[in-house]
Design a protein around this ligand. Sequence first.
Ligand code: 6CS
Length: 344
Amino acid sequence: MSERFRTLFGATVASALALTVATGAQAETWKYSLEEAIDEVQGVYATKFKEHIEANSDHTIEIFPFGTLGESNDTTELAQMGAIHFATASPGFTGSLIPELQVFLLPYVLPEDHQVLADFYQTSDTINEMLAAKYEEKSLHLLDMYPEGEVVMTTKEPVTGPADLDGVKFRVMTSPMLIETYDAFGATPTPLPWGEVYGALQTNIIQGQENPMFFVESTKMYEVTDYITYAGHNTFTTAVVANKGFYDGLSEDEQALVAEAADVAYNHIIDYTKGLTERSEEKILEAKPSMNVTVLDDEQREPFREAAEQVKEAFVEEVGGDAQAVLDGFREDIEESKERVEGN
Ligand code: 6CS
């Protein structure tokens, strides 16, 4: 082969390959990381997403459950770099990367009703346009945000008001607004990655944490705490993101398939999480009948609601940027969802 021919041949193969990758026509394995186990909410969503992609294309999805690729911040970074294609990345952690996402962490902002929540995440322009654009700036494409369940506090001593949290080292995810929240709630907030929480409760380095009931059950948080308190202050939100370069390089058909898989998985997770809190509470009480479960009444929630006001102010002041616009947008979008759902 002459040198000139070899060069031309090489260039042709290289550009043909580049074209195949760019159009995505080649069957590929797409890597998808979770912050949870495969049988927990994020795993149930990812499994549905995988089934839809694999049933409708030649691509395969390889799911990496929590613990296989590192903590949440590690896997978000891997997705930003394009080392993995998809990741579940919760605002409890990504609030440090995109500060406006911390709107999801503000107490008493999200609606409590399951159907209203389901409508809100899907239809909110604040989420799907304004916040989605902020993900793009960080090399991530937002596919879905969804609720995982009402957050409860689990502690070693009873909690009926902020005074009971005095001196309690309370673990929160690492986004600053969670630290602000538990400071306002009277506790000593202690940000930790998830992998350290069980051990820290067991060794009494911390004495409390918050999470949705299904996670308290599946990760056996009830073994290392004795009290569960519903204050109705928040719902755990997560996000599914794709590496932006990877997503932008997909063909239109493939982008549509990915969006369709996200829709199918979203509807599935909304069904799956309906009543999950109650089912999980039953399982906890079966496993540990001595567990104390308290639902705070309106009067008991009032001081927490009052404390929430200063957290909202801190969000607007400390985050700056579009924080106020995002919070206003949330309020409007939530009202619209309420009208849509309750008007039906
Ligand atoms: O508390 C946490 O860190 C974890 N909680 C849930 C419900 N999912 C993943 C997250 O890492």
